[in-house]
Ligand binder design. Sequence first.
Ligand code: CA
Length: 235
Amino acid sequence: MASTDEQPFILIAEDEPNIASFAQMYLEAAGFRVEIAERGDDALDSIEKERPDLLLLDLNLPGVDGFEVTRRIRQGGGAMPILMLTARDDAVDKVVGLELGADDYVTKPFDPRELVARVRAVLRRADAPADVTDAATPPVLEVDDLRIEVGPREVFVKGDEVALTPKEFDLLTALVQARGIVLSREQLLEKVWGYTFLGDSRTIDVHVRQLRRKLGDACPIETVWGTGYKVPARR
Ligand code: CA
């Protein structure tokens, strides 16, 4: 077991054995170390003790449900990537889960290649959370009352810090950097989530809604109907 240190460790919290072992089989074949927790409380114990690199989380779990698992991880300041497993027809679950701080979701039944691609993308982004910026990015970005400190990843409205999730920060920064240019949902998925294939644009819309809620009038993001989002060159 000498090589396990270098293998990313994924915890699957899923009470349906067929789904859990199906995901485990493909993730192990892709080079990940995988453990399964069948209950939410067991998942929380395992997270505490074993610090997985990523949590693949069913929402409807016995013990403590997936929403509560997400809430407790994020309330405790945990930044571990969380990929939700959701039912295909349950849009509300996806939105609530993303709002609680999950990074993304995969719908069941899932294509194992898509699952592996999403896991890799979420892990890649977690390793390099400031990927939306580069050497040419100024250390501070300002749009009227909004101030983004790129290095420490802090956001202020009229001098008061606003707590954003890593993805909210990246999305806001990507749009402010591209000021004056419309970015499509696909471009934003690729920039912020690292997908090179077509993802689900709902993820972007939920994050934009959260940014608007948290930043209020200082949120500079405009919807460009049928195209995407932009921060206008002048406000
Ligand atoms: Ca379940």
